[in-house]
Design a protein around this ligand. Structure first.
Ligand code: TYC
Length: 118
């Protein structure tokens, strides 16, 4: 059976003990290894009322997609019911969702936007 677990990090060890110049030896512990942050995908959902042009504009303005890519993503959502707009850290994904929902509401469209663990 293939082992797909990531290799375990080596244990942290105390760094060399620096002399603080006051006759005391200070033990410093190296900081623990940092795991990469969990990533979240921001997903747009299809509906029957939001204009295609508005979705393309959202993808260009909020997800930095060029017009052609934005159009492809919008059509995928239109045909398949949902589509991934981008993958971000938790805080960024959450802000994107709130910003897109606010823009849709402001424009009177029922567009729905969610985030989920990638
Ligand atoms: N289905 C919409 C229409 O026909 C277009 C649309 C695409 C709406 C993507 C939402 O996330 C969406 N006007």
């Amino acid at each position: 059976m293939p082992d797909d677990k990531p290799a375990p990090s080596p244990p942290t060890r105390p760094a060399a003990k620096p002399d603080d110049g006051q006759g005391a030896v200070v033990a410093e512990r190296q900081s623990a290894r940092v795991e990469p942050p969990r990533m979240y995908q921001v997903v747009l959902l299809n509906d029957d009322y939001t204009p295609m042009e508005f979705v393309v504009m959202v993808l260009q303005e909020h997800f930095q997609r060029d017009f052609e890519t934005a159009t492809q993503i919008m059509l995928k959502i239109h045909h398949e019911g949902r589509g991934v707009c981008g993958i971000y850290t938790k805080d960024v994904a959450s802000t994107k969702v709130e910003t897109v929902l606010a823009a849709a509401k402001r424009s009177g469209h029922p567009l729905q936007c969610i985030m989920e663990a990638a």
